[in-house]
Each structure stands twice: as structure tokens, then as C-alpha cells.
Design a protein around this ligand. Structure first.
Ligand code: GCU
Length: 130
């Protein structure tokens, strides 16, 4: 099935802001969170039916250290401390994938920084299936 894209700049942001000062993002910008543990972005995504989905997060991390995040679906962490390694530059975007169960209808997907460095810059979430 075809992926549906949800832009980070349209998501709910806690301790962060929409920015556009680095190239290569999709949509109108990306989210730059505050460098603090707990900062997060939450997308509301919809699924046609209950089942397994692939969640692809597009991010940039120009820092030398990783920026791990907890990925939660409907309030339950499905990938604790998921690695978001450095991408070499804030203009270099990469993706990280998580597989999770979605329910039919509305779901939330939240990415929360687990270290004081905050989240990597977050561009968008691509959801494939169900
Ligand atoms: C730099 C960069 C930001 C990034 C920030 C960070 O300031 O320009 O886009 O979010 O570092 O360390 O998180």
C-alpha cells in the first residue's frame, strides 16, 4: 500500500517550534525541539482498519551524538530509546522505521526525546498500512 505522509509542522509540538532554516525538508518546514528530555511531537494518523503499520520518521541530526526517542502509539511506547544517529549535517535527512499496531480510525504517534539533547529535527511521518 501507499504511504500517507503527515508533516511534523502540522503535528502537536511540545517544547519546540516549526523551523525552515535547513534545506531538504518536505512540506513547509520541520520541527526543531528544545534541547531537553521530554520534548515531543505527536501526530494524529488515521487507519482504514486495525492492523500492522510501518511508521517511517524522517529526521536530521547534525550533532555528533545520537538523539534517541521513545516512539509511542496511542499512549503505549512501542520502541523505547529508538536510535536516531547523526546524519552528518542538519541539511542531511535520514529515516528510521518502527513497526506498530494501529486501531481502526484515529491513532496518535508520539516521538519523545529521552536525552537532554532533545529530538533530532523532525520532518515528517510516513504511515504505510493497514
Ligand atoms: C542547531 C540547528 C538546529 C538544531 C539544533 C539542535 O541549532 O541549527 O536546527 O535543532 O542545533 O541542536 O537541536
Amino acid at each position: 500500500p501507499k504511504a500517507v505522509r503527515y508533516e511534523a509542522e502540522d503535528a502537536a509540538i511540545s517544547q519546540g517550534a516549526v523551523a525552515a532554516n535547513h534545506a531538504g525538508y518536505s512540506g513547509t518546514g520541520f520541527v526543531d525541539t528544545v534541547n531537553v528530555a521530554g520534548s515531543h511531537v505527536e501526530w494524529t494518523v488515521s487507519a482504514a482498519s486495525a492492523g500492522t503499520a510501518t511508521l517511517l520518521l524522517r529526521y536530521a541530526n547534525g550533532a555528533t551524538s545520537g538523539r534517541p526517542m521513545d516512539i509511542a502509539v496511542n499512549g503505549t511506547v512501542v520502541a523505547a530509546g529508538k536510535a536516531f544517529p547523526g546524519t552528518g549535517s542538519w541539511d542531511a535527512w535520514a529515516s528510521a522505521t518502527v513497526t506498530a499496531q494501529l486501531r481502526a480510525g484515529t491513532n496518535t504517534v508520539r516521538a519523545t526525546a529521552t536525552t537532554a539533547e532533545g529530538c533530532p529535527n523532525l520532518d515528517c511521518l510516513d504511515v504505510t498500512g493497514p
